[in-house]
Design a protein around this ligand. Structure first.
Ligand code: SAM
Length: 326
């Protein structure tokens, strides 16, 4: 188990902002979701149809309900907010991200597309949330909650900022956190990877899928659903895999891959999920629990990180040479 200290949580904001400033102008990551056949598989997992996209599914889920004021957290270059306004799902969206470069791009694209008057973009750190009380009808995360280190603090802030009956929508990686990965956890993936054509494998042994540059990547992803369940009641959940696909895609030389490979990987993923491996990606729609459960959740969100720190400090003192997870 690798070490994750409170200090590294504090410092990760700068490194993440630098990484995403760069990524917003010249992307380096291999997106498994961009492959057309994978996209159809994802859509079908969420909506039941390969041609019905997540936001179309969400519109079906909402029926006639629409939102006045929305907040999008970790908005990046802003595709979600532009879509929300274009489709009339929300009238006004506030959106922030820790990467100033991404926010500049988001502002420009919104202005170019004629939706700039409806979206207020700003730079902020989601680990130190400063959200107004009772201000939003819905809060969105699109592939950003798995970068949050201070999950409890942010969940408590969302409970405070949502208006009565408000919604929380997440579309997220909820698989193993970066500190969870070890040779045991990756063993089933490695066994499958070894069966793939040698010429298109970039590695003999599938590496642990831990982002080498962005320290916020999957920082506490495996805790997202349990933390959400503390303060929120789940209204809908749609799992869409990624268990094999998201791990294998960056490890493949696609210029040498046979045409059938994406389809083969989708089939392998379906089999792995049927055999009991957990889904790594999900959409969830939730609403704050009613009082007094909501108040209890806020106490839990407040106390848990403090207990975690005390436990970490005691274990560090007892075992100074051991790597201890924070
Ligand atoms: C995978 S991107 C998702 C961006 C966008 N939501 C999308 O779907 O295109 C993750 C985003 O989280 C942002 N992020 C990482 N750490 C952050 C922090 N501490 N505060 C605010 N945003 C942060 C990054 O800058 C990046 O834009």
């Amino acid at each position: 188990m690798r070490e994750c200290t409170p200090v590294s949580e504090e410092k990760q904001q700068d490194a993440a902002a630098q990484f995403w400033d760069q990524e917003s102008v010249s992307p380096t990551h291999v997106s498994w979701m961009a492959d057309p056949s994978v996209r159809e598989y994802i859509n079908a997992s969420i909506s039941g149809s390969p041609h019905i996209w997540p936001m179309d599914w969400f519109l079906q889920f909402l029926g006639t309900r629409r939102f006045g004021r929305a907040l999008s957290i970790g908005c990046g270059t802003g595709p979600l907010e532009r879509d929300l306004i274009r489709r009339g799902i929300c009238r006004q969206v506030d959106a922030f991200d820790g990467s100033p470069g991404s926010i500049d791009i988001a502002r420009n694209l919104a202005a170019e597309e004629g939706v700039g008057d409806h979206i207020h973009y700003y730079v902020d750190d989601f680990n130190e949330p400063k959200l107004p009380r009772n201000a939003y009808d819905i809060v969105f995360f699109h592939q950003s909650l798995h970068h949050v280190a201070k999950l409890e603090k942010l969940m408590a802030a969302i409970l405070r900022t949502l208006r009565r009956g408000g919604l929380l929508y997440i579309d997220e990686y909820i698989g193993p956190s970066r500190f969870d990965w070890d040779d045991v956890l990756i063993a089933p993936h490695r066994a499958l990877f070894a069966q793939m054509p040698a010429e298109c494998r970039l590695f003999d042994l599938l590496p642990l899928p831990i982002h080498p540059v962005d320290p916020s990547e999957a920082i506490r992803s495996s805790e997202i659903m349990p933390q959400l369940a503390r303060g929120f009641r789940l209204l809908a959940r749609r799992d869409y895999g990624g268990t094999i696909l998201s791990v294998f895609f960056p490890a493949i030389d696609w210029s040498r891959a046979p045409e059938s490979l994406a389809g083969d990987l989708i089939a392998a993923e379906k089999q792995a999920l049927a055999d009991g491996l957990p889904p790594y990606h999900a959409i969830a729609v939730a609403t704050p629990k009613r009082a007094p459960m909501r108040w209890l959740a806020r106490v839990g969100y407040f106390v848990t990180p403090k207990l975690r720190r005390i436990r970490w400090e005691i274990r560090k003192r007892l075992h100074p040479d051991e790597e201890v997870k924070f």
